[in-house]
Design a protein around this ligand. Structure first.
Ligand code: KIV
Length: 286
C-alpha cells in the first residue's frame, strides 16, 4: 500500500521561501476543525495567537489569557494539522518572570503539539530567553512594531516605525532578534515602506500584520478573514467571507424549524420496531 507523504513546513521551508523571493501564508486558528481546514487549504503557518483572548474568549485585551488556556487551544489546533507549521503565542507574562519559568512554559507548548513559539519584544532579557529556547531546539518567531502585550506602555494602538529614526530602531531590534536565533519576525502595524526596508535588511523572513505588502509573509486573524468577529475591524484585515451572517441565518432557521415542528424530520429520528411500538400503543399505565 502506498500513502501520500505530507511534507511538513519547517524553519528551512520558510527560509527557502524568503531566499527565493516567494511568499508564505499565516493564519490564526484556535480549534481543531478550523485548523484542519486551514491546513487542507495550504496555509503554511498556523498560529494559535493570543488574539484568541479577544476573538474566541471575549476578553477586552490579550493580557487576560494565561498559559493554561493557551495550552488547551494549542492541543486542539495541533491535532488538526498535518502539513503547516504550528506556532503558539506565549501569553502575557508567561516568559517575563524568570528564565526558568519561561523555559518550562515554552517547553510545555512544544509538548502540547506546537512546532515553535512566538515571543514579543526585544529586551536583553527576552533575547536571552530566545537564545535559550533556540539552543534547546525550540524555534522562536519574534514580534516587533506594535506588540499588543506592551499596549499599556506603548500607550494605545499606535502605528510604529513612522519616522526614519523609529524605523532604524526597529531594524536594530530585528537584527538583535536575528542574532538571538529567531526564524522569522512578525512586524505589526507599521508603514509598508518601513517594513520593506526592514525586510530587505534582514536574512530571516518577515511576516506582515498590518505592515504592508513587502514582507515575506502575511498573517491575519482567521475570525477577521472569515467575517466571524465583528466587534471591530482592523484597517489591515480583509473579510473573505461572512460567517457572522451564516451563523445568524442558520441559527434563525433552526429556531424557526424547532418552534414549528420542522426539525427533526422523519429521517433525523430513531424508530422503534413495529412490534415494540404496538406494545406501547396497547399498554395502559396505571
Ligand atoms: O495574536 C495574534 O493573533 C497575533 C498575530 C495576529 C500576529 O499575534
Amino acid at each position: 500500500m502506498r500513502c501520500a507523504v505530507i511534507k511538513k513546513v519547517n524553519v528551512n521551508t520558510l527560509q527557502k521561501i524568503k531566499n527565493t523571493g516567494e511568499k508564505f501564508s499565516v493564519l490564526t486558528a484556535y480549534d481543531y476543525s478550523t485548523a484542519k481546514y486551514l491546513d487542507e487549504a495550504g496555509i503554511d503557518v498556523i498560529l494559535i495567537g493570543d488574539s484568541l483572548a479577544m476573538v474566541a474568549l471575549g476578553y477586552d485585551t490579550t493580557h487576560k489569557i494565561g498559559v493554561e488556556e493557551m495550552s488547551i487551544f494549542t492541543k486542539a489546533v495541533a491535532k488538526g494539522v498535518s502539513r503547516a507549521m504550528v506556532v503558539t503565542d506565549m501569553p502575557f507574562m508567561s516568559y517575563n518572570i524568570d528564565l526558568e519559568s519561561a523555559l518550562v512554559n515554552v517547553c510545555n507548548m512544544i509538548k502540547y503539539g506546537a512546532n515553535a513559539v512566538k515571543i514579543e519584544g526585544c529586551s536583553d532579557y527576552i533575547l536571552n530567553v530566545i537564545k535559550r529556547c533556540v539552543e534547546s531546539g525550540i524555534p522562536v518567531m519574534g514580534h516587533l512594531g506594535f506588540t499588543p502585550q506592551f499596549l499599556n506602555t506603548i500607550g494605545g494602538y499606535n502605528i510604529q516605525g513612522k519616522t526614519f529614526d523609529t524605523t532604524i530602531a526597529i531594524l536594530e531590534q530585528a537584527k538583535k532578534l536575528e542574532d538571538a536565533g529567531v526564524f522569522s519576525i512578525v512586524l505589526e502595524m507599521m508603514p509598508e515602506e518601513s517594513a520593506k526596508f526592514i525586510t530587505e535588511n534582514l536574512s530571516v523572513p518577515t511576516i506582515s500584520c498590518g505592515a504592508g505588502r513587502y514582507c515575506t509573509a502575511q498573517v491575519m486573524v482567521s475570525d477577521d478573514m472569515l467575517g466571524k468577529f465583528s466587534d471591530f475591524k482592523p484597517k489591515f484585515a480583509r473579510k473573505y467571507g461572512d460567517m457572522k451572517s451564516l451563523i445568524l441565518n442558520c441559527a434563525k432557521q433552526y429556531d424557526y424549524d424547532v418552534k414549528n415542528g420542522i426539525f427533526p424530520s422523519d429521517d433525523e429520528v430513531f424508530k422503534l420496531d413495529n412490534a415494540e411500538f404496538e406494545q406501547l400503543l396497547t399498554y395502559k399505565s396505571s
